[in-house]
Design a protein around this ligand. Structure first.
Ligand code: NCD
Length: 308
């Protein structure tokens, strides 16, 4: 097993499958009365969050606690970061406290990679800028496999604000490794020209959502990330929703078995309507539940626990 999980590209098919299989074992713990394993007793996991987060932070915390690790939650707000302390000095502090794993979310792309050079423990990237979010890609792959029975040969459309999406980047890398086919869909302004070739081979790009929908097994809607937008990338929210939003009539273009995913948080009414988000085809709530199992598997395997 690798020491850090920084990118979807860190995992080959065997390592990714090992994580998904271990996550399936971990999922059985969630069904027990006592939802805890002793695997990481005495180990310390630090959650280092420099950016807002609901699901990812809670999910990592639940995962570490279910494995009996000691968990320290650090959020930049209310810490010495607001006094200008650098990432490196914070890292050295964590190091001195004996962190076995550091889970980091940071607005700067590449911050987890820097951190990995400064601490002895394992670093897990929980989202860095517009770059990567590998555990989200793993939980998405887990959800697809659980619902559709396989990953190899699946056709996945990743739709919307690809430009700002670390979820899209990690998904493209991991899904390609696992033998799925990916088509990126969105307005030309939100799909970087070279992204398809830069990430992996065999990635298609389309600007026409209606044409792609009948041919996919999975449609993954991305949040329009207004907080990262420095320009106007589309004429209006209404126009965006009209061309790239998933509503009920559009959902009916999908094959019978196809599923609808979204990493959250959603802009209901923009990239996805409430009717679609709350439909039986939607896996949005399952994705959150599966996230805990997948993060348990990641922490367990990285820290080499052996009491499973
Ligand atoms: C995503 C993120 O933070 O990258 N959310 C998540 O982790 N579940 C996607 C987003 O913010 O749109």
């Amino acid at each position: 097993m690798i020491r850090h999980l920084l990118s979807g590209a860190d995992l080959d098919a065997a390592a990714a499958t090992q994580i998904l299989d271990t996550a399936a074992e971990m999922a059985t713990v969630a069904g027990r009365e006592v939802k805890k394993l002793p695997a990481l007793r005495g180990r310390t996991v630090v959650n280092l969050f420099y950016e807002d987060s609901t699901r990812t932070r809670i999910s990592f915390e639940a995962a570490a606690k279910r494995l009996s690790a000691d968990v320290i939650n650090f959020s930049a707000k209310g810490s010495s970061v607001t006094k200008g302390e650098s990432l490196k000095d914070t890292a050295l502090t964590l190091q001195a406290m004996g962190a076995d794993a550091v889970v980091v979310r940071h607005p700067a792309s590449g911050a987890p990679h820097r951190l990995a050079n400064w601490v002895d423990g394992s670093v897990v990237n929980a989202g860095d800028g517009t770059h990567e979010h590998p555990t989200q890609a793993l939980l998405d792959a887990y959800t697809m496999r659980a619902r559709l029975g396989r990953l190899a040969g699946l056709h996945v459309a990743v739709v919307g604000d690809v430009l700002h999406s670390r979820v899209a980047r990690s998904n493209v890398l991991l899904l390609s490794t696992l033998g799925a086919k990916v088509t990126l869909v969105g307005p030309p302004t939100l799909i970087p020209v070279d992204i398809a070739q830069a990430l992996a081979s065999g990635i298609d790009v389309s600007y026409d959502l209606d044409a792609v929908l009948p041919n996919v097994d999975v449609v993954m809607m991305l949040r329009v990330q207004r907080e990262r937008m420095t320009d106007s990338y589309f004429p209006s929210a209404r126009e965006y929703a009209r061309r790239y939003g998933l509503d009920a009539p559009r959902m009916r273009r999908l094959p019978e078995h196809a599923i609808v995913m979204h990493p959250g948080p959603m802009n209901r009414g923009m990239e996805i309507t409430p009717e679609v988000a709350d439909s039986p085809r939607s896996t949005i709530v399952e994705q959150v539940a599966n996230g805990v199992s997948v993060r348990m598997a990641v922490l367990y395997l990285l820290l080499g626990g052996n009491n499973l």
